[in-house]
Each structure stands twice: as C-alpha cells, then as structure tokens.
Design a binder for this molecule. Structure first.
Ligand code: MG
Length: 251
C-alpha cells in the first residue's frame, strides 16, 4: 500500500529532506584526494548529531556505517573504510536520515579531478536520467512513467541501468511501497497521487548492467568492474509538478 502524506506530513518530509541534503552537500564539499571514506563518514556522524538527525542506514539489517560511500566500480552500499580518495575517482555519497519522525534520502556522485570525458559523460547522463525521472512524478501519471523516463535517457546514451536494485517509497520508514525500478515500459503500475513520496535513484553503469555482491555482504560492484554512478532525490508527487524534498532551501 502506498502511503499518502497530508500537508503536515509533507512539511515534515521537507524538513527531513533538507537535513539529508545539507549533510550530503557538506560531505561532497569535503571530498578531496587523500581523504578516506571513513573520515567522510565520521564527519557525517558528527553532523547528524549536531542536527538532531539519526542515520537511516546505521544498523539497518546490520549495516555498519552512517552513510554509504561507493567509489568507481562500486555501485551502491559501499562501506566507508580506510580507502583513500584519489584524483580521477568518482565518489557516490548516499545519505539517509530520520529527522522528526520522517526520512530523507539522497545521493550524489562527486568527480574528483576527473579528466576522462567518458566518465564525465556517465555522471551527466545519470543526473539527466534522475531529472527526467523526477519530472514524471506528477499526479495523474503512472508509476512506470518514472521508470521508463530514467531508462530511456540511459539507453539512448549507450549505458546500462542496474536492475537488481530499485528506488522506493519513503516516509516514516526508509522503505515503503512502491518499488521504483529504473527500467520498464511507461503507463503501468499505480496511478500517481498528490502526497506520494518517492526516492528516485538511478544506478547507471558504463558497461554491462550486471552487478556482484562482495563477501562483506553489502558492497555491490559492477560485474565488469567498469564505473557506475548513483544519484538520488526524495520527491513528492504534486498536482502539475514534482517537488524535490532533498534540497537545501525548501522552507
Ligand atoms: Mg534510497
């Protein structure tokens, strides 16, 4: 069942989204050659405490860190550790928080002095896919309009969408109905209604769509070890437009 949020709940979702966005942006600003992913995660832990937020990931099915940091061939769910960021890396930062009873969830992929134009293009295509997916989160449409919009951008540019992981509804919980694949035909699934809140999150691979789970039980890598980009926003379905909740200035 897809939970519709009333106006008061949407305001709380905006707050949670704003907190998640602030932490994500602050972490992205800190990404520089030499810093470890663990240091970035500790920064996020401290910032969550200061803001009165709680990581939505830490302890979730035993996940050991406050954020997910996924470098290069890591698709999602990278566990922050002693890995040092190097020039030429792409670093996906995924921040989910509980704040005042609601969840905000967002991710960005930061390029660290990337010279390779193909990697720059991969990041741009993922961002465009997210944007076009979000544009379909409008009351009166259908859920898979979002899925199809994301896939269309990716496929038209010669890349692959990951099929093993999907976006999701969110609200008081990090994962609510519906699941939101990054692929599929348009015009199917539940009708979108004002007050539905969705985490839309394309995972775009430069090479093949296949992924593997590493032995740590969390880290998802591309099967061909080519780079992958992950970007995400929490979005509210509104009448006539989609509202991005995970922004710095939503009230
Ligand atoms: Mg998510």
């Amino acid at each position: 069942m897809i939970i519709i949020k009333n106006d008061e709940e949407l305001d709380l979702m905006r707050q949670a989204g704003r907190v998640a966005a602030k932490i994500k942006h602050a972490m992205a600003d800190m990404v520089t050659p030499g810093i470890t992913t663990k240091e970035l995660d500790m920064f996020a832990r401290d910032m969550m405490r200061e803001m009165g937020a709680k990581s939505a990931f830490k302890g979730y099915r035993g996940f050991p860190a406050y954020t997910c940091i996924s470098v290069n061939e890591v698709v999602v769910h990278g566990i922050p550790d002693g890995r040092r960021i190097m020039k030429g890396d792409i670093v996906s930062i995924d921040v989910g928080v509980h704040y005042d009873g609601f969840v905000g969830d967002n991710a960005t992929t930061v390029m660290v002095g990337v010279d390779d134009p193909e990697i720059v293009r991969l990041v741009q295509v993922a961002e465009q896919a997210l944007e076009e997916g979000i544009a379909k989160a409008v009351a009166g449409g259908r859920l898979t309009d979002i899925c199809h919009a994301v896939e269309s951008v990716v496929v038209a540019n010669g890349y692959s969408v990951v099929r093993d992981f999907v976006g999701h509804g969110l609200g008081r919980q990090m994962h609510e109905d519906p699941q939101i694949p990054n692929y599929g035909p348009p015009g199917k699934g539940p009708k979108l209604k004002r007050g539905m809140t969705l985490a839309i999150e394309p995972m775009v691979n430069m090479g093949m769509a296949g992924v593997q789970l590493l032995d740590d039980g969390w880290t998802v890598v591309t099967s061909d070890r080519l780079p992958s980009v992950h970007v995400e926003h929490s979005v509210a379905v509104m009448d006539g437009h989609a509202e991005i909740l995970t922004v710095l200035d939503n009230g």
